[in-house]
Design a protein around this ligand. Sequence first.
Ligand code: GLN
Length: 312
Amino acid sequence: MKDTDFQPVLDDIVATLRPLLGTAGTVASYIPALACIDARQLGIALRTCDGTEAFAGDAQTPFSIQSVSKLFTLTLAMQRMGDALWERIGREPSGNPFNSLVQLENEHGKPRNPFINAGAIAVADRLVSQALQAGGSAKADILALMGSLCGEPISFDDEVARSEAATGFRNIALANFMKSFGKIDNDVAVVLDTYFHQCALRMSCRQLARAAAFLCRDGAHPIDGQAEVTGERQTRRINALMLTCGTYDAAGDVAFSIGLPCKSGVGGGIVAVVPDRLTLCVWSPALDGTGNSLLGMKALELFVARTGLSVF
Ligand code: GLN
């Protein structure tokens, strides 16, 4: 399929799935500020390696990117720390829900991977340490990365961050539990503030498809193709983690039915990568039981079925 032919595919996916909006799944209500989001929304956007963009439906509506942010904080930590990062965080699928505590005790506070909550909180701790050394702040570093990747300013939704801080008892427990094993170096409150804010980034499908574009271009910056976001080897590793861990306990099913590295969030967004070809972002707020967007997954299934694109 030629890169210019994607627009009709996206239009067709939105037209096919629109009648299903509001019929299944539920929005993430455990974060009160997300409970009131209208579930009847669906957006899809892609950006090819040569910079061509296509989008359909509610692709320009900003939403709370939630765990999709874990992709970008991991990128930042890998840029800054290289292999030292893996002393604190594993690379194995957890087979458990994203907010699970159960494996941490046996593994002495070392999270299974950077995409479950415990792992992302550990990554946030590394970013806080790096930022303190440089006299800056991890939140500012995250905004700077996102703004650079999108080519326009990106901001936090402070209401969502506050809402999650007020009700994030599990994340607070995870952070304290890791701290008890000596696996969190910084003040837990500062680390969690960073984590809650990264989850509260507000972005649209178009912006996310662009921001993640380095993942289909061997790490080249989405806008300034000469600059490198990460090296080729690191980019390959991020894609591998997305495929094996990016959708939590649904990762096996997603590899089976979609066959693309994906990273999802409970705001209903999913970023997917077709290496050397394009990045894709779908968004629909109603989630399935694993916390992945129900129609977002259907949209990706339709996309791979109609284009034949897969890593396998
Ligand atoms: N902020 C959410 C949480 O910590 C992120 C979870 C997700 O998107 N899967 O629970």
